[in-house]
Design a protein around this ligand. Sequence first.
Ligand SMILES: Nc1ncnc2c1ncn2[C@@H]1O[C@H](COP(=O)(O)OP(=O)(O)OP(=O)(O)O)[C@@H](O)[C@H]1O
Length: 220
Amino acid sequence: MGEFRLSADFAVRPGARVAVIGPSGSGKSTLLSLVAGFLMPDQGVVAWDGRDLGGVAPGKRPVSILFQDQNLFPHLSVAQNVGLGVRPDLRLSAEQTDRVSQAIERVGLSGMEDRRPSALSGGQQSRVALARVLLRARPVLLLDEPFGALGPALKIEMLNLLSEIARESGATVLMVTHDPEDARFFAPETVVVEGGVAHAPTATGPLLDDPPPGLRAYLG
Ligand SMILES: Nc1ncnc2c1ncn2[C@@H]1O[C@H](COP(=O)(O)OP(=O)(O)OP(=O)(O)O)[C@@H](O)[C@H]1O
């Protein structure tokens, strides 16, 4: 079995919104896993705010993660799933319970607090996941094809909501996507992962208008 290697040497500005694009198997999820701490680099460091995160466990990193499956717990209500963003044991104070309600209202799910995820549409489930991310309030938000299962109109709606939440919280966002239009819509900058390299972020519009050969082949 061949060994997969990925190299990366770049910095992202705090508050930046960055798309991560590249062919299947190129290492996009690997890049996110390195930032999240699920994988450790063989060489070099992953740093945030000047601090090497090498010794910091995933749960203690300044990072929230949203995957396509949204990580919702089927046996918990909307309010409980969102509450996990505040306290994993769900022992919430009155003030914390208020914050959960506010986050649910912010993503447009008021009145659905007691429903289970299975009683929600795909878009509504995405909203629950976003509300939880909102409450976690970590400075870095990693998204791996978060809205890949949604139709085009719904996806734009969720990207808009994500943009607003990122702007309000000042979060730095890295979003893996297979859809170049997502990158154009959401992210002023894009990281291309290709040929074993995660390239430094460049301006999304010009990149997609005139892609380098490796990316051109992928975009078709
Ligand atoms: N657990 C693993 N063990 C061994 N190899 C792995 C493992 N996970 C991923 N890989 C390999 O690492 C490489 C990069 O995978 P990665 O998931 O980062 O790609 P990706 O760009 O996110 O792909 P996709 O767009 O298909 O999700 C691939 O060649 C993959 O086969």
